[in-house]
Ligand binder design. Structure first.
Ligand code: IMP
Ligand code: MG
Length: 195
């Protein structure tokens, strides 16, 4: 079976790196003289967050939240349970919620209202991917890497059944069942995948 029947590169590692640098310099400018707290949502945003902070020239702080959806229904209800909360008090602090992807927007909206209730000085959203055509909950996104087509994507933190987070590129999956059945099909080098 041809690799391209299974998944294809949508955003390559070099394009991702360029966008991450752009976002980091925007944050560096916008928060000059301040020390924002970047809150990553585990696990998907961990790669994005770790690359992003290395390009931000400010004394940033980081924190993480881990959530689980009720009945696998985060996409439908937006109701999520906080499994791990952030450690820091964000009262009167500048907070940036860092997401891998905003899809319906329900998860981010829930997290924003939770964080907002703690009275931060400011609160913004930074997402690598914005599947804007799928939005249900209107959301202001201050920093966005790429607008993402309505496709299932994997790589650079994004998973299918917890796999493929380590791929350096972001791939659109053409055949979800085929990939789930044979994960090794895309667990090879980016060069091999493109051929
Ligand atoms: P929401 O629909 O905006 O609430 O997004 C919920 C979550 O679904 C995101 O944080 C991702 O973890 C996950 N998700 C949405 N689209 C994709 C995708 O294409 N690939 C992998 N995970 C996704
Ligand atoms: Mg996520």
């Amino acid at each position: 079976m041809d690799m391209t029947d299974i998944a294809n590169v949508l955003f390559g590692a070099e394009d991702i790196r360029d966008r991450v640098r752009d976002i980091a310099s925007a944050i560096t400018q916008d928060y000059e003289g301040r020390s924002p707290i970047l809150v990553g949502v585990l696990k998907g945003s961990s790669l994005f967050l770790s690359d992003l902070i290395r390009d931000i020239q400010l004394p940033v702080r980081i924190d993480f939240m881990s959530i689980s959806s009720f009945d696998g229904g985060a996409e439908k209800s937006g109701r999520v349970r906080i499994v791990k909360d952030i450690d820091q008090d964000i009262g009167n602090q500048d907070v940036i919620l860092v997401e891998d992807i905003v899809d319906t927007g329900l998860t981010a909206s829930y997290l924003l209202s939770t964080l907002q209730s703690r009275a931060p000085r400011s609160l913004e959203v930074c997402t690598l991917l914005d599947k804007s055509v799928r939005r249900i909950a209107p959301l202001q996104i201050r920093y966005r890497g790429f607008d993402c087509p309505d496709r299932f994507v994997i790589g650079y933190g994004l998973d299918l059944q917890e796999m493929f987070r380590n791929l350096p590129d972001i791939l659109a999956v053409e055949d979800l069942a085929g990939l789930a059945a044979n994960p090794s099909l895309v667990s090879m080098s980016p060069q091999e995948m493109k051929s």
